[in-house]
Design a protein around this ligand. Structure first.
Ligand code: AQP
Length: 332
């Protein structure tokens, strides 16, 4: 079985629809066909300031949401990044292989640093993509299921894996991004020119899966469209409507063409009302399942402990090889 690895941040409490459709949904599907490793990336979370209590709660909450979304600990390895110290250890080696200019070209850093004010951005935020390189290479992952915004980081991973292999001898598998075209980028409901994002979107443009279903329905109904009335998938001229069609199609399995036909002559109101209902039907059981996992923190922690043990077995072996290759003296 080919191997996949991916991670999600525990920062915002609730996952948003972009996280789910762009990444987590694929994770659930891939556990059936791949040897899958998924983690809650708390080391990445602290690249921006976090309240310790909230971070801990959000880490459990992220794991609970992943299980609620359909990850099955019998079919995949689910763990918390900080439970596997090898991530930080290989991260250091990768930092030493990365050019300063190379890291400076990462657009996600540039965007996030610009939002925070360049002086306030941490060095950790700067080297975030390099830690991500270590995350992926530790598991010798063949594919990395992510949204389009992560493509550049996967490119960096490939470059560094090749650089390490070239300099020290074959060690790391060169991974490929696994990005589904249809859901690679889910857009803000109020501004369909930007991706739905916890830090860039306004509250009205961002669908948090754990919000009150009623509030979610309202956001869908007030999504920005255009002055035309024809329901047609056209990302150039109708980015708002196209985004709604993508969400609708992915959540229900209905084809885009089918939906265009269904709403021919009906206008945007009908599309939004029905999509609002589809969303409510999706988030209501999701919220309930998440709460069930949270109500039993001992079982949740034990799932994560087992996951970390499985992950460590793989990560430790890769790290030992990397340590040997770079010339570290073995500890006796
Ligand atoms: N709008 C999106 N469309 C498709 N995929 C998306 N992802 C995020 N936003 C979209 C994918 O979700 C996965 C987990 O993301 P993360 O935990 O790294 O969070 P993020 O990318 O930092 O999410 P945000 O909301 O975009 O956060 P900020 O505001 O920090 O930039 C990833 O696979 C990502 O591609």
């Amino acid at each position: 079985r080919p191997r996949v690895l991916s991670g999600i941040q525990p920062t915002a409490g609730s996952f948003h629809l972009g996280n789910y459709l762009g990444a987590v949904r694929q994770w659930v599907a891939l556990q059936e066909t791949h040897d899958a490793f998924y983690m809650v990336v708390d080391l990445h979370a602290i690249t921006v300031p976090q309240d310790p209590k909230e971070l801990r709660a959000n880490t459990r909450l992220a794991a609970a949401q992943l299980l609620a979304a359909g990850l099955d600990p019998e079919r995949c390895t689910l763990f918390v990044q900080s439970h596997v110290p090898e991530h930080a250890q290989l991260g250091w080696i990768m930092n030493c292989l990365t050019g300063f200019g190379e890291a400076s070209r990462m657009t996600q850093f540039k965007d996030k640093a610009a939002r925070q004010g360049a002086d306030r951005a941490s060095v950790g935020l700067f080297t975030y993509p390099v830690l991500q390189v270590a995350d992926i290479l530790l598991y010798q992952a063949n594919e990395v299921p992510v949204g389009e915004d992560q493509r550049q980081h996967i490119e960096l991973t490939r470059d560094l894996a090749e650089r390490f292999n070239g300099r020290f001898g074959q060690t790391f598998t060169i991974p490929k991004p696994y990005i589904l075209k249809e859901t690679a980028k889910i857009y803000d409901l109020q501004d369909p020119s930007i991706k739905m994002s916890k830090s860039a979107s306004t509250p009205k443009g961002l669908i948090n899966l754990l919000d009150e279903p009623k509030a979610t329905a309202k956001k869908v109904k007030s999504a920005v469209t255009d002055t035309d009335t024809i329901v047609r998938y056209d990302t150039e001229n109708k980015p708002g409507v196209s985004n709604l069609l993508t969400i609708y199609s992915t959540l229900t399995g209905a084809g885009i063409g089918e939906l265009e036909e269904k709403y021919a002559g009906k206008g945007y109101g009908a599309l939004k009302t029905d999509l609002a209902e589809v969303m409510v039907e999706f988030v209501t059981p999701f919220r309930e399942r998440t709460q069930q996992y949270l109500d039993d923190p001992e079982s949740l922690d034990s799932i994560l402990a087992k996951g970390a043990e499985k992950a460590r077995a793989v990560a430790a072996e890769t790290l030992a090889q990397a340590y040997d290759k770079v010339g570290f003296l073995p500890a006796k």
